[in-house]
Design a protein. Structure first.
Length: 300
């Protein structure tokens, strides 16, 4: 029997407000290992409803230093600590990760002292510590961690001007899942996705985004409209995801980080992925927050 290998979606949204979708956050579950990837707004609050105890997450990875991937990290640290963590959290990410962690810990410094003064030895001092390793940016998958059979590789994607930005490739028990991070169409993502059983990919629907840009402009929201018009340049369009997945022989596509935001509604999800099915023959899902999807052996 194959071991448990799942993607648990904490947040499937973007910086654009959406009541159904928090900022980016995914927990990779491989056997008893839990690895958090990104922790955007609201993602930490999705951990318990997802059936995961925060204290079992001992490793966190970051894809890049955009707010929608990191601002719930302080909340996660406290949830993990007060849930009983007794060891430091290991954090891996691109250049900038150490500075981000240091900044959050500085902001938390007084409260860490208050909690320890109030709760004494019920809180382990190591449970709020963080050990950061910054990973070099390489276009080819770079193995940086192996946790009881879960092999973690990073690869640089194209999210310029956000440099460096990473995607991650996870191999476990004969299966492979790739998380794109935020990226435009790029060769490194196509290479990393080759033969993956599951590709969890960010996606932007071009007609829906254009409609929204026009609607904002028509409503006199000129600045908002102009800002949204900048967004497509560093994201991957749904038709590009479909073509990449077909070329790379990916077993299953799971869309996340949807732009523009889509509600948890089958009609909107269908509209968002419209046209992809004509290009890519495999299953295509639009992920939801607090959804748990098994990585199934599919790619040949
Ligand atoms: Zn993002
Ligand atoms: Zn981003």
């Amino acid at each position: 029997m194959s071991e448990r290998f799942e993607m648990v979606f904490l947040g499937t949204g973007s910086p654009l407000p959406n009541p159904d979708r928090c900022g980016a956050g995914t927990v990779v579950v491989a056997g008893d290992t839990h690895v958090l990837v990104d922790c955007g707004w609201g993602a930490a609050r999705r951990i318990l409803p997802s059936g995961i105890r925060p204290s079992v997450i001992n490793t966190a990875l970051f894809t890049h230093m955009h707010t929608d991937h990191m601002t719930d990290f302080p909340d996660f640290l406290f949830l993990r600590w007060t849930a009983g963590a007794q060891t430091p959290l290991r954090v891996f990410g691109p250049e900038g990760t150490a500075e981000m962690v240091e900044g959050f810990l500085l902001a938390l410094r007084r409260d860490i002292g208050f909690r320890m003064a109030h709760h004494g030895d019920k809180l382990h001092p190591d449970g709020i510590r963080v050990e950061v390793t910054e990973i070099p940016a390489t276009p080819e998958p770079h193995a940086f961690l192996d946790i009881t059979g879960l092999r973690c590789e990073s690869f640089e994607v194209d999210h310029a001007p956000v440099v460096p930005a990473f995607g991650y490739r996870f191999s476990f028990d004969g299966r492979v899942a790739v998380l794109s991070g935020d990226t435009s169409l790029c060769d490194s993502l196509a290479a990393a996705a080759r033969g993956a059983d599951m590709l969890v990919c960010e996606a932007l629907n071009v007609p829906m985004t254009e409609q929204r840009i026009a609607a904002l402009k028509a409503a006199g929201m000129v600045r908002e409209s102009a800002l949204l018009a900048d967004v497509p340049s560093y994201h991957i369009a749904t038709d590009q995801v479909a073509a990449l997945a077909r070329e790379a022989g990916v077993g299953e596509v799971v869309l996340t980080h949807m732009i523009p935001p889509v509600a948890n509604d089958p009609e909107q999800a269908a509209a968002f992925r419209a046209g992809m099915i004509d290009v890519y023959p495999g299953p295509i899902r639009v992920a939801r927050d607090i959804e748990r999807l098994p990585v199934v052996k599919r790619a040949s």
